[in-house]
Design a protein around this ligand. Sequence first.
Ligand code: SF4
Length: 309
Amino acid sequence: MFRFESLLSRYFGIFMKVGLINIEPKIFNPAYMKISTYHKAKGHEVSWYSPLFDKDYDRIYCSSLFSFTDKSQIPKRAICGGTGFYPNVNVLPPEIESCSLDYSLYPKLDYSMIWFTKGCIRKCSFCLVNKCYKTITEQEWGKYIVENPKFTHIKIMDDNFFASPYWKDHLSYLQVLGQPVDFQGVDVRLLNEQMCRGLLTLKHHKRIKIAWDNPSDDIIPKIKFMLNYIKAYKIMCYVLIGYNSTYAEDLDRVLTIQSLGVSPFVMQYDRHNRYQKDFARWVNMKATFKKCTFSEYLLGKGKKNVRIK
Ligand code: SF4
């Protein structure tokens, strides 16, 4: 179908129809929210991409967070980026990165997002953060102030909140906002008394999330230190399995965390691996984890000859 606006866009740069491929529909993708703000500010029309109207779009974007997402149907002319396209992660150009978030893109999103920093001081080999950001960098966080009218809490999107030398300023800002907060994760290895006390001054939307990804990290003294200030039931600990870890190490970590009263949550490195899937289900279904051993869980599911490795 002939579109006059599309013609204007192509020849005079006046109007543009932008399509965003909703390749991971369960995810609220902030990259899309910034792309949308950027184009709408220029008077362009932004909508979710439909292959039926492929020819109508002047520009198509595809942003993915996960490498396992099927990308076979993405049109060749789409501009792609995000960790899901590793090694071609293509971070947003500065003129889009600096835009605010267009919350109207996701009517079901009920929280605000804020970044005080991006990047991390650590170099965990399984993590793509360092492939996107070479070091930890301060963001223009003032612009993120409660942009979402329907928010019930604020998600702190920082990769490593306490790694910033300005964490006290960031914390003060959250105290002023006064909304419940949800940290993506807190690096328990960095925590000192001031940081723990700082965490206690905030309302937390859910449990505070820490991680024990590498079995050889001596993390238990740090968790015990944290427990001097924050009650165990308020903490959840991610446990990455299947990345340089054995079954014995996986089991040891989840049981140790449980013995401290903290709730373990298993993350699979390979979502197609049978053992990792079973182990994650066993631990993450809290009642099952409390009730039976992993072997009992497998037998209960009729998996009599399962090789645990
Ligand atoms: S500490 Fe977390 S964010 Fe930082 S590199 Fe490791 S996994 Fe990534």
